[in-house]
Design a protein around this ligand. Sequence first.
Ligand code: NAD
Length: 306
Amino acid sequence: MPEVKRIGFVGLGRMGWPMARELVGAGFEVVVHDVQHDRTGAFVEEYSAGRAERLAEVAAGADVVVTMLPDSGIVGAVLFGDGDNVADHLTSGATVIEMSSGVPDATIGFGVRLSERGIGLIDAPVSGGVKRAEDGSLAIMTGGTDKEVDRCRPVLEAMGSVLKTGQLGSGQAMKSLNNLVSAGGFLIGIEALAIGRKFGLDPDTMVDVLNASTGSNNSTQKKFKQFVLSGRYDSGFALDLMVKDLTIALGIAERSEAAVPFAALCRELWASARNGSGAGADHTEIARFSERLAGTVLSEPDSKSD
Ligand code: NAD
C-alpha cells in the first residue's frame, strides 16, 4: 500500500484543531475543513495548511481522510451526504480514519459502503482530552485490519499511541467503555466530596488524601481541583458528548442482553445533569447537579449547608 503523504482533515474542534496541528508538524501535507469556515481559515493562516471549502476538496488526492466530529450521524453525512461529500471524491486505495467517539454499528456500516468503492476504514477514537491532544500523546483505540492500521500508523503516531483493539468498530466500543469507567469515577468521587463536606471535611484536603490513597482516579487527579473546586468548569469536554458516550456503552450492553445496573444508573444521572444544564455545558458541570442533590456546595470554601 502506498505511503501516506496527503491527509484531508475534517472537524477542527477542541480536539481536531490540535490533532491536525500535530499532523502538520509531523510533515504531512494537510488539507483542512470545518463547517465553521472562519475556523478553517484561522487554522490555514496559522499553520499554512491547505484550505478546503468543500468536502470534495478535502478528499481529492488524499491518501487518508481523518474525521474528528461530534457523532456518527454527522460522520455519515460527511462521508456520504447528498451533494458534497468525502466518499464520492476519494480514490480507490485511500483510507478513512474515523477518530470521533462514534457508534460501532454505524461505523461498521460505513466500512461496508466504503469497501464497495475500494476505500478502507479504521476507527481510532481517542482518550486524553484537549491537553493530551495538544501534547500529541493521546491514547488511540484502533479497530480495523492489520493492513489498514499498519498503513495509518505513522499518521496515528503523530497524535499519540496506537492501542489495537480488534476489528472495525472495536475502538469505538472500547472508547465508550473507557468513558463509562471515567464517568462513574467522576460521579462517585464528587458524591464522596459532598458527603465529606457535610461531615465537615475540607474538599481540597479530601482530594489530596484520595490522591495519596486507593480512592484515587483520573477525576480526583486531573479534574476535581482543576475544574470543580476552582469553579472553572472548562475542561474542554462537553457534557452532551459524555452522555453520548454513555448511551453508546449502554447500547452495546443492551444488544448483548447484559444486565448492567451501575452503568444504567450512571447514564441516567449524566443525562439528568445534561437536561438541567445550558447548551454547551462542560462535563465537569455535573458536579453542580450532584451538589444540588446532596444539598451542599464544594467550590465555595465558606459555604456551610450542614
Ligand atoms: P467540538 O464540538 O469542539 O468539535 C467538533 C467540530 O466539528 C467543530 O469545530 C464543528 O464545527 C465541526 N463540525 C460539525 N459538523 C461538521 C460538518 N458537518 N462538517 C465539518 N465540520 C463539522 O468537539 P470535540 O470536543 O473536538 O470532540 C470531537 C470528537 O472527539 C467527539 O466525537 C468527542 O466525543 C470526541 N472526544 C472529545 C474529547 C474532548 O476532551 N473534547 C476527548 C476525547 C474524544
